[in-house]
Design a protein around this ligand. Structure first.
Ligand code: ZN
Ligand code: ZN
Length: 419
């Protein structure tokens, strides 16, 4: 059986941009290495979850790893927590958190990401202060800063369970079943957490969440770190916005149980790590995730050890959110020039099936994830070239793979690898 190499470029997909002569960032980017793959394999489009859904990364990744999200997804918070090495028991309330900046009198949000310049060190020190100074009535909590302005909060009641059926504090997202949907033109005020049903558990979740947010605000407002940031002309990280609560981890079968195969994973962000660990993939740590040559080396090493390797590179998503067309194009070019150039010459396609795709599209013109299907290509010996000349949305739309659903990709790769 061949080995499976599954590469996901976060937010790779896009829409035609006027400033690029109506090409997408992927089409406009100079990507000779990815294009060389397109000239050997088959292309297609993939709806990460299903047509018409603009997914967040977590549900998308679960889906493109072959899991039915309608059946398994329990919210982002528990996955973030699991990937940050915080235990989530059934009945714990786990939130995805963001440090943000509010006006201290009106609680109006001035910056959703505290200027996007909060260092991980500053965030970790602020989290430590919150953990040591905030006490909740009838519950314990762990608040952990992860990467930059991002973090995770888990609240555990001293007796009894909590319910995740509560609305987000973060006004940018509204609950929709276990999912949150990004809102266009959201309200600027920090929201109160409200229960979405009449249960005692949901009411307690809302009470404890509101208590945490306001007590943490008092601590952060007065923190020395924020005083220093104000003096340096930076925005204080004075509020913690919470969204995507979950009250249990998804109970999913592992990839080994499903396919009998061992997988290694190379990922950057806690939420992807959480999912990778849940699926039973072994973690291959990457010491410096900005070094794409190192990513290539790690992938090649891991391919020797495992039946399959999942590599998830964050690159193109962030400039997509920021609406920076040139930066997104550069990010794709950098991945091609530094990752694929150091990877492809060492792959033997009689022994490896490679798939390159994305977890969702992040068009610069939207500054958000979109429902557009993502580009996909699969290359291995024995899989006949479909005539594609380059890797891009338009060529993928004409590719032989057609348009598939995210949850069908991994089973397809396993089938191709077994041929
Ligand atoms: Zn993503
Ligand atoms: Zn994103």
């Amino acid at each position: 059986m061949k080995k499976i190499l599954y590469i996901v470029l976060d937010g790779l997909g896009g829409r035609p941009e006027a400033s690029l002569g109506y090409k997408t960032t992927l089409e406009a980017a100079y990507t000779p290495h990815m294009d060389s793959l397109a000239k050997k394999g088959q292309l297609g489009l993939m709806d990460p979850i299903s047509e018409g859904i603009a997914p967040e990364s977590d549900a998308a990744v679960l889906s493109i790893l072959g899991y039915d999200v309608d059946k398994y997804y329990t919210g982002r918070g528990p996955l973030e927590a699991h990937g940050s090495d915080i235990e989530v028991k059934d009945g714990d309330l786990a939130w995805r958190a963001n440090f943000a900046t509010v006006d201290e009198d009106t609680l109006r949000i001035l910056d959703r990401r505290a200027g996007r310049n909060l260092t991980t060190e500053e965030a970790k020190a602020l989290a430590e202060e919150v953990n040591s100074k905030v006490k909740l009535e009838g519950a314990d909590f762990i608040f952990k800063a992860t990467v930059g302005h991002r973090g995770v909060l888990v609240i555990r009641k001293n007796d009894g369970k909590l319910s995740a059926n509560v609305e987000n504090i973060d006004p940018g997202y509204k609950r929709h079943g276990p999912y949150s949907i990004a809102i266009t033109n959201p309200p600027v005020e920090v929201q109160k957490c409200i229960p979405l049903d009449e249960s005692f558990e949901a009411k307690e979740s809302a009470r404890l969440t509101n208590e945490f947010v306001m007590k943490a605000f008092e601590v952060l407002k007065n923190s020395e770190i924020n005083k220093r940031r104000r003096n340096e002309g930076k925005k204080p990280a004075n509020i913690i916005l919470l969204r995507d609560a979950g009250d249990s981890l998804p109970k999913i079968p592992t990839l080994k149980e499903l396919y009998g195969l061992s997988f290694g994973s190379i990922v950057e962000m806690p939420v992807e790590r959480g999912i990778a660990l849940l699926t039973g993939m072994k973690e291959v740590p990457i010491e410096d995730s900005t070094n794409y040559k190192l990513w290539a080396d790690k992938v090649l090493e891991a391919l020797k050890e495992f039946d399959g390797v999942y590599a998830h590179l964050k690159g193109p998503d962030v400039p997509g959110h920021d609406g920076l067309v040139d930066k997104k194009k550069e990010s794709i070019e950098k991945i091609d020039a530094e990752f694929f150039s150091n990877l492809l010459p060492y792959l033997d396609f009689s022994k490896v099936v490679i798939a390159v795709t994305a977890d969702h599209s992040t068009p610069c013109s939207l500054k958000a994830h979109s429902e557009d299907p993502v580009p996909l290509m699969i290359v291995t010996s024995g899989l006949q070239w479909d005539g594609s000349e380059y890797f891009g949305e338009s060529s993928c739309a004409k590719g032989k793979l057609g348009r598939i659903k995210g949850k069908d990709l991994l089973p397809l790769l396993v089938e191709i690898a077994r041929k």
